[in-house]
Design a binder for this molecule. Structure first.
Ligand code: GAL
Length: 375
Protein backbone atom coordinates (compact mmCIF):
# COMPACT_ATOMS: atom_id res chain seq x y z
CA UNK A 1 0.00 0.00 0.00
CA UNK A 2 2.79 2.35 1.00
CA UNK A 3 4.58 1.65 -2.26
CA UNK A 4 1.42 2.22 -4.23
CA UNK A 5 0.94 5.61 -2.53
CA UNK A 6 4.53 6.61 -3.30
CA UNK A 7 4.09 5.57 -6.91
CA UNK A 8 0.86 7.56 -7.19
CA UNK A 9 2.52 10.60 -5.62
CA UNK A 10 5.44 10.28 -7.99
CA UNK A 11 3.15 10.01 -10.99
CA UNK A 12 1.07 12.99 -9.89
CA UNK A 13 4.17 15.13 -9.49
CA UNK A 14 6.06 13.86 -12.50
CA UNK A 15 3.33 13.59 -15.13
CA UNK A 16 2.80 17.29 -15.76
CA UNK A 17 6.55 17.70 -16.16
CA UNK A 18 6.77 14.67 -18.44
CA UNK A 19 3.88 15.91 -20.59
CA UNK A 20 5.75 19.15 -21.29
CA UNK A 21 7.08 19.48 -24.77
CA UNK A 22 10.75 20.32 -25.24
CA UNK A 23 10.83 21.06 -28.93
CA UNK A 24 9.37 23.47 -31.45
CA UNK A 25 8.27 21.82 -34.71
CA UNK A 26 7.91 24.49 -37.39
CA UNK A 27 4.90 24.11 -39.68
CA UNK A 28 3.00 21.46 -37.71
CA UNK A 29 0.01 21.97 -35.41
CA UNK A 30 1.12 23.60 -32.15
CA UNK A 31 -1.21 22.67 -29.29
CA UNK A 32 -1.56 24.98 -26.27
CA UNK A 33 -1.85 23.62 -22.72
CA UNK A 34 -5.50 22.73 -23.37
CA UNK A 35 -4.63 20.82 -26.55
CA UNK A 36 -5.96 23.41 -29.03
CA UNK A 37 -3.84 24.66 -31.93
CA UNK A 38 -2.51 28.07 -30.88
CA UNK A 39 -4.59 30.83 -32.43
CA UNK A 40 -2.29 33.88 -32.47
CA UNK A 41 -1.33 34.66 -36.06
CA UNK A 42 0.75 37.55 -37.38
CA UNK A 43 1.90 37.81 -33.80
CA UNK A 44 4.64 39.20 -31.64
CA UNK A 45 6.06 38.31 -28.24
CA UNK A 46 6.71 40.42 -25.13
CA UNK A 47 8.78 39.27 -22.17
CA UNK A 48 7.58 40.55 -18.80
CA UNK A 49 8.41 39.36 -15.28
CA UNK A 50 9.42 35.79 -16.02
CA UNK A 51 6.89 35.09 -18.78
CA UNK A 52 6.77 35.42 -22.53
CA UNK A 53 3.43 36.76 -23.79
CA UNK A 54 2.48 35.90 -27.35
CA UNK A 55 -0.15 38.17 -28.94
CA UNK A 56 -1.71 37.46 -32.30
CA UNK A 57 -4.72 37.53 -34.57
CA UNK A 58 -7.48 35.10 -33.71
CA UNK A 59 -8.40 33.40 -36.98
CA UNK A 60 -11.77 31.78 -37.68
CA UNK A 61 -12.59 28.64 -39.71
CA UNK A 62 -13.68 30.28 -42.93
CA UNK A 63 -12.83 33.98 -42.81
CA UNK A 64 -9.78 36.09 -42.12
CA UNK A 65 -12.01 38.85 -40.73
CA UNK A 66 -11.74 39.46 -36.98
CA UNK A 67 -14.63 37.69 -35.25
CA UNK A 68 -12.96 37.47 -31.83
CA UNK A 69 -10.01 39.87 -31.51
CA UNK A 70 -6.41 39.76 -30.38
CA UNK A 71 -5.48 36.69 -28.34
CA UNK A 72 -2.78 36.29 -25.72
CA UNK A 73 -0.79 33.19 -24.68
CA UNK A 74 1.80 32.85 -21.95
CA UNK A 75 4.88 30.66 -21.57
CA UNK A 76 8.04 30.36 -19.50
CA UNK A 77 9.96 28.18 -21.95
CA UNK A 78 8.76 29.35 -25.42
CA UNK A 79 7.47 25.85 -26.18
CA UNK A 80 4.52 25.25 -23.82
CA UNK A 81 1.89 27.98 -24.10
CA UNK A 82 -1.22 28.58 -22.01
CA UNK A 83 -4.09 30.53 -23.50
CA UNK A 84 -4.83 33.68 -21.49
CA UNK A 85 -7.93 34.52 -23.54
CA UNK A 86 -8.74 37.54 -25.65
CA UNK A 87 -6.61 40.56 -24.76
CA UNK A 88 -8.54 42.95 -27.03
CA UNK A 89 -11.97 41.73 -28.11
CA UNK A 90 -13.84 42.98 -31.17
CA UNK A 91 -16.89 45.11 -30.39
CA UNK A 92 -20.50 44.28 -31.23
CA UNK A 93 -21.45 47.92 -31.68
CA UNK A 94 -22.23 48.78 -35.31
CA UNK A 95 -19.87 51.44 -36.62
CA UNK A 96 -17.19 50.85 -33.99
CA UNK A 97 -13.67 50.92 -35.50
CA UNK A 98 -13.12 47.40 -34.18
CA UNK A 99 -16.59 46.10 -34.97
CA UNK A 100 -16.80 42.31 -35.31
CA UNK A 101 -15.96 41.57 -38.96
CA UNK A 102 -13.30 44.25 -39.26
CA UNK A 103 -9.69 43.29 -39.98
CA UNK A 104 -7.21 43.35 -37.09
CA UNK A 105 -3.76 42.27 -38.20
CA UNK A 106 -0.24 41.86 -36.87
CA UNK A 107 -0.81 43.07 -33.28
CA UNK A 108 2.32 43.83 -31.29
CA UNK A 109 2.55 44.77 -27.61
CA UNK A 110 5.33 46.66 -25.84
CA UNK A 111 5.73 47.69 -22.23
CA UNK A 112 6.14 51.40 -21.56
CA UNK A 113 8.35 51.77 -18.48
CA UNK A 114 7.49 55.48 -18.17
CA UNK A 115 3.75 54.87 -17.75
CA UNK A 116 3.77 51.25 -16.55
CA UNK A 117 1.26 50.44 -19.32
CA UNK A 118 1.20 47.75 -21.95
CA UNK A 119 0.67 49.31 -25.35
CA UNK A 120 -0.73 47.40 -28.32
CA UNK A 121 -0.61 48.62 -31.90
CA UNK A 122 -2.14 46.74 -34.80
CA UNK A 123 -3.13 47.18 -38.42
CA UNK A 124 -6.83 47.96 -38.68
CA UNK A 125 -9.15 47.79 -41.67
CA UNK A 126 -12.75 48.87 -41.22
CA UNK A 127 -15.53 46.35 -41.63
CA UNK A 128 -16.76 46.10 -45.20
CA UNK A 129 -14.03 48.29 -46.69
CA UNK A 130 -11.45 45.73 -47.75
CA UNK A 131 -7.94 47.07 -47.21
CA UNK A 132 -8.76 50.70 -48.04
CA UNK A 133 -8.55 52.28 -44.59
CA UNK A 134 -4.87 51.32 -43.99
CA UNK A 135 -4.98 52.51 -40.40
CA UNK A 136 -2.83 52.00 -37.32
CA UNK A 137 -4.79 51.35 -34.13
CA UNK A 138 -3.72 51.54 -30.49
CA UNK A 139 -4.94 50.09 -27.19
CA UNK A 140 -3.52 50.08 -23.64
CA UNK A 141 -3.70 47.83 -20.60
CA UNK A 142 -2.44 47.69 -17.02
CA UNK A 143 -1.66 43.99 -17.24
CA UNK A 144 0.04 42.03 -20.04
CA UNK A 145 -3.00 39.80 -20.46
CA UNK A 146 -5.32 42.81 -20.75
CA UNK A 147 -8.09 43.69 -20.93
CA UNK A 148 -6.80 46.27 -23.41
CA UNK A 149 -8.70 49.51 -23.69
CA UNK A 150 -9.11 50.51 -27.32
CA UNK A 151 -8.03 54.13 -27.82
CA UNK A 152 -8.20 55.14 -31.49
CA UNK A 153 -7.10 54.46 -35.05
CA UNK A 154 -6.05 56.47 -38.06
CA UNK A 155 -3.54 57.15 -40.75
CA UNK A 156 -0.14 58.17 -39.47
CA UNK A 157 1.71 61.51 -39.19
CA UNK A 158 -0.53 63.84 -41.20
CA UNK A 159 1.09 67.13 -42.28
CA UNK A 160 4.58 65.74 -41.66
CA UNK A 161 7.33 65.17 -44.17
CA UNK A 162 10.02 62.52 -43.66
CA UNK A 163 12.42 63.74 -40.99
CA UNK A 164 15.51 63.41 -43.15
CA UNK A 165 14.23 65.14 -46.28
CA UNK A 166 16.62 67.77 -47.53
CA UNK A 167 15.74 71.00 -49.33
CA UNK A 168 16.41 69.14 -52.58
CA UNK A 169 14.01 66.31 -51.61
CA UNK A 170 11.29 68.84 -50.85
CA UNK A 171 11.91 70.72 -54.08
CA UNK A 172 11.71 67.46 -56.00
CA UNK A 173 8.46 66.39 -54.30
CA UNK A 174 7.03 69.83 -55.08
CA UNK A 175 7.29 69.11 -58.77
CA UNK A 176 5.40 65.78 -58.57
CA UNK A 177 1.85 66.04 -59.85
CA UNK A 178 -0.42 63.00 -59.28
CA UNK A 179 -2.22 63.75 -62.56
CA UNK A 180 0.99 63.00 -64.49
CA UNK A 181 1.22 59.48 -63.08
CA UNK A 182 -2.16 57.89 -63.74
CA UNK A 183 -0.56 54.66 -64.93
CA UNK A 184 1.21 52.56 -62.30
CA UNK A 185 4.37 50.48 -62.72
CA UNK A 186 5.93 52.61 -65.46
CA UNK A 187 9.54 53.76 -65.02
CA UNK A 188 8.61 57.44 -64.45
CA UNK A 189 5.96 56.35 -61.93
CA UNK A 190 8.50 54.21 -60.05
CA UNK A 191 10.90 57.13 -59.92
CA UNK A 192 8.13 59.40 -58.66
CA UNK A 193 7.21 56.86 -55.94
CA UNK A 194 10.83 56.88 -54.79
CA UNK A 195 10.76 60.65 -54.76
CA UNK A 196 7.65 60.70 -52.59
CA UNK A 197 4.62 60.81 -54.91
CA UNK A 198 2.45 58.95 -52.38
CA UNK A 199 3.98 60.66 -49.36
CA UNK A 200 2.74 63.87 -50.92
CA UNK A 201 -0.63 62.35 -51.89
CA UNK A 202 -1.20 61.32 -48.26
CA UNK A 203 0.36 64.40 -46.67
CA UNK A 204 -2.88 65.87 -45.35
CA UNK A 205 -4.75 62.63 -44.63
CA UNK A 206 -1.79 60.87 -43.03
CA UNK A 207 0.43 58.09 -44.27
CA UNK A 208 -1.05 54.63 -44.90
CA UNK A 209 -0.18 51.97 -42.31
CA UNK A 210 -0.65 48.25 -43.00
CA UNK A 211 1.71 45.35 -42.08
CA UNK A 212 3.56 46.43 -38.97
CA UNK A 213 5.78 45.78 -36.01
CA UNK A 214 6.98 47.70 -32.97
CA UNK A 215 10.47 48.10 -31.63
CA UNK A 216 11.66 49.57 -28.32
CA UNK A 217 15.25 50.70 -28.53
CA UNK A 218 17.85 50.54 -25.74
CA UNK A 219 17.20 54.19 -24.88
CA UNK A 220 13.51 53.44 -24.25
CA UNK A 221 12.26 55.12 -27.47
CA UNK A 222 9.62 53.13 -29.30
CA UNK A 223 9.15 52.91 -33.06
CA UNK A 224 6.32 51.76 -35.29
CA UNK A 225 7.53 50.17 -38.53
CA UNK A 226 4.88 49.66 -41.20
CA UNK A 227 4.13 49.17 -44.88
CA UNK A 228 3.00 52.51 -46.21
CA UNK A 229 2.45 54.30 -49.52
CA UNK A 230 0.23 51.49 -50.90
CA UNK A 231 2.68 48.86 -49.59
CA UNK A 232 5.42 50.28 -51.79
CA UNK A 233 7.57 51.74 -49.02
CA UNK A 234 8.19 50.94 -45.38
CA UNK A 235 8.17 53.77 -42.90
CA UNK A 236 9.67 53.81 -39.43
CA UNK A 237 7.91 56.30 -37.18
CA UNK A 238 8.91 57.44 -33.72
CA UNK A 239 6.31 57.06 -30.95
CA UNK A 240 5.62 59.52 -28.13
CA UNK A 241 6.94 59.05 -24.58
CA UNK A 242 3.82 57.06 -23.63
CA UNK A 243 4.01 55.04 -26.90
CA UNK A 244 0.39 55.88 -27.86
CA UNK A 245 0.99 58.64 -30.44
CA UNK A 246 3.30 59.28 -33.35
CA UNK A 247 5.63 62.21 -32.83
CA UNK A 248 5.66 63.29 -36.48
CA UNK A 249 9.24 62.12 -37.01
CA UNK A 250 9.53 59.33 -39.54
CA UNK A 251 11.90 57.90 -42.13
CA UNK A 252 11.35 55.82 -45.25
CA UNK A 253 12.95 52.42 -45.82
CA UNK A 254 13.53 51.02 -49.31
CA UNK A 255 11.25 53.47 -51.18
CA UNK A 256 9.34 51.63 -53.91
CA UNK A 257 10.75 48.29 -52.73
CA UNK A 258 7.35 46.69 -51.95
CA UNK A 259 8.11 45.27 -48.53
CA UNK A 260 5.62 43.79 -46.08
CA UNK A 261 5.72 41.82 -42.82
CA UNK A 262 8.54 43.79 -41.14
CA UNK A 263 10.40 42.20 -38.22
CA UNK A 264 13.14 44.30 -36.61
CA UNK A 265 15.88 43.44 -34.14
CA UNK A 266 19.23 44.75 -32.97
CA UNK A 267 22.39 42.77 -32.52
CA UNK A 268 25.66 44.21 -31.26
CA UNK A 269 24.52 47.75 -32.00
CA UNK A 270 23.38 47.03 -35.55
CA UNK A 271 19.73 47.00 -36.67
CA UNK A 272 18.39 44.15 -38.77
CA UNK A 273 15.10 44.05 -40.59
CA UNK A 274 13.54 40.98 -42.18
CA UNK A 275 10.59 41.53 -44.52
CA UNK A 276 8.62 39.80 -47.26
CA UNK A 277 7.59 40.86 -50.72
CA UNK A 278 3.94 41.66 -51.51
CA UNK A 279 2.12 38.54 -52.67
CA UNK A 280 -0.81 38.54 -50.24
CA UNK A 281 -1.23 35.24 -48.36
CA UNK A 282 1.11 33.41 -50.75
CA UNK A 283 4.72 33.04 -49.60
CA UNK A 284 7.64 34.71 -51.32
CA UNK A 285 11.34 35.13 -50.68
CA UNK A 286 12.27 37.00 -47.49
CA UNK A 287 14.39 40.11 -47.73
CA UNK A 288 16.86 41.48 -45.21
CA UNK A 289 18.12 44.98 -44.51
CA UNK A 290 20.63 46.38 -42.08
CA UNK A 291 21.46 49.81 -40.69
CA UNK A 292 23.59 51.45 -38.04
CA UNK A 293 20.76 53.75 -37.06
CA UNK A 294 17.06 52.96 -37.03
CA UNK A 295 16.52 56.06 -39.17
CA UNK A 296 18.77 54.55 -41.84
CA UNK A 297 20.30 54.49 -44.34
CA UNK A 298 19.28 50.84 -44.74
CA UNK A 299 21.24 48.50 -46.94
CA UNK A 300 19.63 45.44 -48.52
CA UNK A 301 21.24 41.99 -48.21
CA UNK A 302 20.13 38.58 -49.52
CA UNK A 303 17.43 36.61 -47.70
CA UNK A 304 18.68 35.13 -44.40
CA UNK A 305 16.81 31.86 -45.03
CA UNK A 306 18.64 28.66 -45.89
CA UNK A 307 17.60 25.04 -46.38
CA UNK A 308 14.63 23.39 -48.09
CA UNK A 309 12.09 25.88 -49.46
CA UNK A 310 14.22 28.81 -48.26
CA UNK A 311 13.37 30.65 -51.50
CA UNK A 312 9.78 30.82 -50.27
CA UNK A 313 10.68 31.53 -46.63
CA UNK A 314 9.76 27.89 -45.85
CA UNK A 315 6.22 28.65 -47.02
CA UNK A 316 5.86 31.41 -44.43
CA UNK A 317 5.89 35.18 -44.04
CA UNK A 318 7.85 36.97 -41.32
CA UNK A 319 6.02 38.49 -38.38
CA UNK A 320 8.51 39.06 -35.56
CA UNK A 321 12.00 38.44 -34.27
CA UNK A 322 11.92 37.41 -30.64
CA UNK A 323 14.96 38.21 -28.46
CA UNK A 324 15.48 35.33 -26.01
CA UNK A 325 15.53 36.70 -22.49
CA UNK A 326 18.89 36.76 -20.74
CA UNK A 327 20.73 35.38 -23.79
CA UNK A 328 22.34 38.26 -25.69
CA UNK A 329 22.58 37.36 -29.37
CA UNK A 330 19.84 34.69 -29.14
CA UNK A 331 16.86 35.42 -31.40
CA UNK A 332 13.95 33.47 -32.85
CA UNK A 333 12.60 34.23 -36.31
CA UNK A 334 8.79 33.97 -36.29
CA UNK A 335 6.74 33.53 -39.47
CA UNK A 336 3.22 32.47 -40.48
CA UNK A 337 2.23 29.88 -43.05
CA UNK A 338 -1.14 31.29 -44.03
CA UNK A 339 -4.12 29.12 -44.96
CA UNK A 340 -6.55 31.63 -46.47
CA UNK A 341 -9.14 28.91 -47.23
CA UNK A 342 -9.00 27.67 -43.65
CA UNK A 343 -7.45 30.56 -41.68
CA UNK A 344 -7.62 28.90 -38.23
CA UNK A 345 -5.33 26.17 -39.55
CA UNK A 346 -2.50 28.60 -40.40
CA UNK A 347 0.85 27.37 -39.04
CA UNK A 348 3.86 28.87 -37.31
CA UNK A 349 7.48 28.72 -38.34
CA UNK A 350 9.75 29.53 -35.42
CA UNK A 351 13.44 29.06 -36.10
CA UNK A 352 16.58 30.14 -34.24
CA UNK A 353 18.71 32.84 -35.82
CA UNK A 354 22.41 32.13 -36.03
CA UNK A 355 25.11 34.51 -37.20
CA UNK A 356 27.61 33.74 -39.92
CA UNK A 357 30.31 36.38 -40.30
CA UNK A 358 28.04 38.56 -38.14
CA UNK A 359 25.16 38.26 -40.63
CA UNK A 360 21.88 36.61 -39.50
CA UNK A 361 21.02 33.19 -40.91
CA UNK A 362 17.68 31.39 -40.53
CA UNK A 363 18.20 27.73 -41.22
CA UNK A 364 15.35 25.25 -41.54
CA UNK A 365 14.98 22.62 -38.79
CA UNK A 366 12.18 20.07 -38.56
CA UNK A 367 12.41 20.18 -34.81
CA UNK A 368 14.57 22.02 -32.28
CA UNK A 369 14.72 22.62 -28.54
CA UNK A 370 15.19 26.22 -27.35
CA UNK A 371 16.62 24.89 -24.06
CA UNK A 372 19.41 23.09 -25.94
CA UNK A 373 19.93 25.72 -28.58
CA UNK A 374 20.22 28.74 -26.28
CA UNK A 375 22.30 27.22 -23.51
C1 GAL B 1 -0.34 39.90 -46.61
C2 GAL B 1 -0.11 40.57 -45.27
C3 GAL B 1 -1.08 39.96 -44.30
C4 GAL B 1 -2.48 40.20 -44.84
C5 GAL B 1 -2.61 39.64 -46.24
C6 GAL B 1 -3.97 39.94 -46.85
O1 GAL B 1 0.56 40.36 -47.57
O2 GAL B 1 1.20 40.38 -44.86
O3 GAL B 1 -0.89 40.51 -43.03
O4 GAL B 1 -2.73 41.58 -44.85
O5 GAL B 1 -1.62 40.18 -47.07
O6 GAL B 1 -4.01 39.53 -48.19
Amino acid sequence: MKHLCSLLCFLLLALPALSKERTIKPGVLWPDAAGNHINAHGGGVLFYKGYYYWYGEHKAEHTSAALVGVTCYRSKDLVNWTCCGVALPVEEQVGSDIEKGCTMERPKVVYCARTGKFVMWFHLELKGHGYAAARAAVAVADKPTGPFLYLRSGRVNPYCWPADWTEADHACADTLQAAHFGRWWTEPWRRAITQGLFVKRDFSGGQMARDMTLYVDDDGRAYHIFSSEDNLTLQVAELSDDFTYHTGRYWRIAPGGQNEAPALFKHEGRYWLITSGCTGWAPNEARMFTAERISGPWKQLPSPCSGPNAKLTFGGQSTYVLPVQGRPGAFIFMADIWRPQHPIDARYVWLPITFKDNVPVVEWRDEWAPADFFR
